[in-house]
Design a protein around this ligand. Structure first.
Ligand code: GLU
Length: 309
């Protein structure tokens, strides 16, 4: 026998909408954190720790050596890139694996890294103040930022894109942005691009993209904009609610941020990126992290070893 739901239709619709929101809220976490279930530690590559490695010309490396481990800045709410499990405090994702590979090449056991979550708007200050030794978190290399920090890499190329609700009909790409409310992270290149190139859109800025996604799900904004890598992760975790609209419309080369002027560290990280791309670690790490959002591993971009500055 089929049980009939006798709730009046409008009430039922409202209840369903509320249930959907509650489910999503649970999936996305209270403070805008994404669902966390990264790869299990036994699925992750193990990186060979360099023995006897020394980098005396790098003040950052010397400080880390005295401390006994590295302090690395990262994101904690970006699916498959940089996520923090609130229960264990463990970080996972492609950027986190890049940070671990670098640690191994610099002679520090990746298990000893102390990760610090740093939002997009605070990266330059964190590097300038010596709060972190390096930063790995969807950090676009550009000339303006190079005046404040150094960049090893790139180790990946992303592109700005748009995330909308699956029922969205009026927003299929950047050409439709006029009159729309678009959320992005403060201090990010995608936010700057919307403000500069799409002045008829209303840009809304928060500290993190997961807060933007919560705002999209609760109908406060029409779209979230940032790198396709980040948006694909959110879409992959809530495919019934979220989709990518249109094609990427910028080029975002990801670098490892280092304190400006520490050229020895920057060049050592450039070498390390190349070595891990060559020995297969990069691809292995990609496949068990970012690859899970649906895009097969691309060929890594060439490293841009720009002159000492
Ligand atoms: N890659 C862009 C940036 O560095 C957006 C992602 C982010 O905010 O981390 O600004």
């Amino acid at each position: 026998m089929r049980r009939m739901d006798r709730t009046p239709a409008p009430r039922r619709a409202a209840a369903l909408a509320l249930t959907a929101l509650a489910l999503l809220a649970a999936a996305c976490g209270k403070a805008g954190s994404p669902p966390v279930k990264g790869p299990q530690p036994d699925e992750l590559p193990v990186y060979k720790i360099a023995t006897g490695f020394r980098l005396p010309d790098s003040p950052t490396w010397r400080k880390a050596e005295r401390r006994g481990h590295l302090v690395v800045g990262a994101k904690e709410d970006q699916p498959y890139l940089g996520e923090k499990d609130p229960a264990s405090g463990r970080y996972s994702g492609f950027d986190i694996e890049i940070a671990r590979m670098m640690s191994a090449s610099l002679g520090f056991d990746p298990k000893t890294i102390s990760f610090r979550t740093i939002a997009s708007a605070n990266r330059e200050t964190a590097l300038q103040n010596g709060q972190i030794d390096y930063y790995v978190g969807t950090y676009t290399i550009n000339d303006l930022r190079k005046k404040q920090v150094g960049f090893a890499g790139p180790y990946y190329i992303a592109g700005q894109s748009l995330l909308v609700r699956t029922d969205e009909k009026g927003l299929a790409g950047p050409q439709d942005l006029a009159g729309k409310k678009i959320c992005s992270a403060a201090g990010s290149t995608p936010l700057q691009r919307i403000q500069r190139d799409y002045p008829r859109a209303t840009a809304v800025a928060y500290d993190t993209y997961s807060i933007c996604v919560d705002n999209l799900l609760s109908l406060q904004v029409d779209a979230v904009t940032t790198d396709d890598t980040i948006l694909m992760g959110f879409a992959a975790k809530a495919p019934d609610e979220l989709k990518i609209a249109g094609k990427p419309f910028s080029r975002e080369p990801y670098g490892i941020g280092v304190p400006r002027g520490d050229n020895a560290l920057r060049f050592a990280l450039d070498d390390a990126i190349e070595a891990h791309e060559k020995n297969g670690d990069w691809k292995k790490a990609y496949d068990v992290t970012l690859g899970l959002s649906g895009v097969p591993a691309p060929k890594p971009p060439p490293v841009d070893r720009y002159p000492a500055s």
